[in-house]
Design a protein around this ligand. Structure first.
Ligand code: ADP
Ligand code: MG
Length: 685
């Protein structure tokens, strides 16, 4: 039996069972091996019957003294078995398992695990009525005690089935070969792979389990890190990048047109970027900075630098609204300068779009700003020197590679994100990027004041919005849904818009924008809001990222409990962008303690990183990490948050591995076998 052997060949697996296993994604021996237990049942201690504690799960052994059978009024079959171990008695009760009657006889030794409670009507007599597991012991047989694996079972595949199947597997398998390089196993004191698999399913002790888990987590994280580092080598050392020269006139002119001086953090990040760009090695840099920290200026400077060197730049953003905004801003800043900008959105008619593509291909355009889909899939650049992606954490390994393929020289790449990814997680997700961080916001910002309020205060809240509008400010009202939903009983953006426009905000100019509007309408509304022709913009999360209207001072979030903290923080970043005192008002009827606690964190915490970590703790990494690690393999056992220590070790080991050509080769081979889809691009090492 080998790792790739079909489970169909295992004893106890017929066609039916095999199909049920398939539904869990289990086809081969290897799949089953990595179907790790969800948890373990601790039965290391046999409890003397006299000491069996009510309310606790206990494992007991006793000789059967008496067997009684009865039916309840409702026809339930009850089999009561009294056992005795010399210290006391216990009644073990089985419901609707009449077939047991023939199997159990007085004098036999019975092993049973289950929760102890008081017997019905029995003056403090103890019983075990929820029997989780039991067996009749042979004369001198010892009980298997230990940590028993508990799997994610289904109705057709129960615990017993999994335990038996894995026992069969371990009996039948020849050898599970080590896949990690020997030197790594030694240096990091890892238990052998085979032992790790055995121990993780059938641990001999908690220590052994701990070591086994550590080994498997290490393996997972180490291989991914190696994969990312190998990818980086591919693009760094094997590909020829664009070598930009030091700045000259155009760059200096743009620096001068910026209406502010770069902050220290911005200047530092700019220094990193410019150094990278001046090397022949392709730049792979992530700029991470909280909302409003001023990342756009860095994008502009980098794009200008590539243009100055005779190349084209692409600026990819996640929404059309954002593309338009950047385009307008850049057009304004660059109006006196010979830089040809192009906005590429879904709005363009087919003919216009074709003309645009032709212009890009003929190098009649210097900087293209557009949504990812448009630029990535269809455009061929005459001379692409730099790609900037804004607010796009879903821009994964795959996409990066795709863009590189079409260019002769590998373009430099700058990824900008405000998503406050905890430092360690950046490693797992962006293990192949260098990171610059903008930690401090530009000076003069007044922190946004945040309030959590019940819906009963909506009148007061919208009166406040009216007051702000009267002072000349603008406001956002964010709703979780676009339109009326059948399943969720929440007011939609459309409904809130109607309600406010005809009610509490009838004297101010309201607008509505959401993702389902046509591109043209969206643009028109956003343009009106930018220009101050709309006072209050009712919207969905389409404005979540990047939208920059410094005159807006109030953000109201309806049904705030529907949003994650990281998302609320992003939304909050829409205000407090100018010199005005700004407010974020979260309206929520949420009554549960966790929901309240979560939202009230927004009142006291301003740091996006802290909020993201809290969010992760409260909601689990699933949602957060799920979206983020797009393009990376699912982690089977590791958890990038919990296993930070191992992650750092694995990262170190991966870096060491890269130093040795022989080890690189070895690991690349493993990756090709283990993570086929993802790391196919590692061609040779
Ligand atoms: P984000 O990092 O969220 O993309 P932006 O680049 O949109 O942030 O910048 C937010 C606001 O801060 C913009 O209005 C921008 O003009 C302004 N800004 C950026 N850098 C500075 C700076 N060094 N000094 C003052 N204002 C700045
Ligand atoms: Mg931005």
């Amino acid at each position: 039996m080998e790792l790739q052997t079909s489970l169909l060949e295992l004893k106890g697996v017929g066609k039916k069972k095999y199909e049920s296993l398939n539904r869990l994604g289990l086809f081969t021996v290897y799949d089953l091996l990595t179907y790790y237990p969800r948890t373990y049942e601790d039965r290391r201690i046999l409890t003397p019957l006299a000491a069996a504690a009510v309310g606790e799960q206990q494992a007991v052994v006793g000789v059967i003294r008496r067997i009684a059978e009865r039916r309840t009024g409702r026809g339930l079959h009850v089999l009561s078995v009294d056992i005795d171990d010399g210290t006391g008695f216990l009644q073990v009760t089985f419901f609707n398992q009449s077939f047991l009657k023939g199997k159990l006889r007085t004098g036999m030794r019975l092993f049973a695990v289950g929760k102890i409670d008081y017997a019905f009507g029995g003056q403090g007599k103890k019983q075990m009525s929820q029997v989780k597991d039991f067996s009749v012991l042979e004369k001198d047989e010892d009980v298997t005690l230990g940590l028993l694996p508990v799997y994610a079972a289904t109705s057709s595949l129960n615990q017993k089935f999994f335990r038996t199947l894995l026992t069969t597997l371990f009996q039948g398998i020849d050898e599970i070969a080590e896949i990690l390089p020997g030197s790594i196993c030694q240096r990091y004191h890892l238990v052998a792979r085979e032992e790790a698999y055995r121990e993780v399913h059938f641990p001999e002790s908690s220590e052994a389990l701990h070591l086994a888990r550590e080994r498997l987590i290490f393996e997972e994280l180490y291989l991914i890190q190696c994969g990312l580092l190998l990818l980086r080598r591919e693009s760094r050392e094997k590909k020829k990048g664009v070598r930009h020269l030091g700045e000259s006139r155009l760059s200096r002119a743009v620096h001068e047109t910026l209406p502010f001086r770069l902050t220290e953090d911005q200047a530092k990040a700019w220094c990193d970027i410019r150094q990278d760009m001046e090397l022949a090695v392709p730049m792979r840099r992530l700029v991470q900075g909280d909302v409003g920290s001023g990342k756009t200026a860095l994008a502009l400077l980098a794009l200008i630098k590539t243009v100055e060197n005779g190349f084209q730049g692409a600026f990819m953003v996640p929404t059309e609204i954002l593309a338009r905004q950047h385009f307008d801003k850049f057009s304004d800043l660059l109006k006196e300068l010979p830089v040809r900008l192009l906005l590429l959105t879904g709005r363009l008619a087919k003919k216009e779009r074709e003309a645009a593509y032709a212009a890009i291909e003929a190098h009649e355009v210097d900087i293209v700003i557009g949504t990812h889909a448009l630029i990535q899939e269809t455009v061929t650049f005459a001379a692409l020197g730099l790609v900037v992606t804004d607010e796009q954490h879903r821009f994964g390994v795959e996409q990066r590679a795709a863009l590189e393929k079409r260019a002769q020289l590998t373009p430099d790449m700058l990824v900008m994100t405000a998503t406050p990814i905890p430092r360690t997680m950046t490693l797992t997700v962006y293990g192949d990027l260098d990171v610059s961080r903008i930690e401090h916001l530009p000076p003069g910002r007044v922190p946004v004041e945040t309030f959590l309020r019940a819906p009963a205060r909506r009148d007061l809240i919208y009166r406040f919005v009216r007051q702000e509008v009267a002072k000349g400010r603008q406001a956002y009202v964010v709703c979780p849904l676009v339109e009326q939903s059948d399943t969720l009983d929440l007011p939609s953006a459309e409904e809130v818009y109607e309600e406010l426009r005809t009610g509490m905000l009838r004297e101010v100019r309201c607008g509505l924008v959401h993702g389902k509007l046509a591109g043209k309408e969206k643009e028109a509304v956003m343009a009106d809001f930018h220009a101050g022709r709309i006072d209050v913009l009712v919207t969905t999360t389409v404005i979540e990222v990047g939208v920059d209207v410094p005159n807006a001072s109030v953000l109201v979030v309806e049904n705030a409990e529907r949003f994650g903290l990281a998302q609320l923080h992003q939304l909050r970043g829409r205000v407090g962008r100018g010199a005005y005192r700004s407010y974020c008002i979260l309206i929520s009827a949420a009554r549960t303690e966790t929901a309240k606690k979560r939202l009230s964190l927004m009142e006291s915490v301003r740091d996006g990183f802290v909020l993201a970590e809290e969010d992760l703790k409260l909601r689990g990494p699933g949602q957060f990490f799920g979206a983020m690690q797009h393009g990376l393999p699912d982690l089977k056992m590791a958890d990038a948050l919990r296993d930070v220590d191992i992650l750092l070790k694995a990262r170190r080991a991966a870096l060491e591995t890269m130093e040795s050509p022989a080890m690189r080769k070895e690991v690349a081979e493993i990756l090709r076998l283990e993570y086929k889809e993802l790391f196919t691009k590692i061609t040779e090492v």
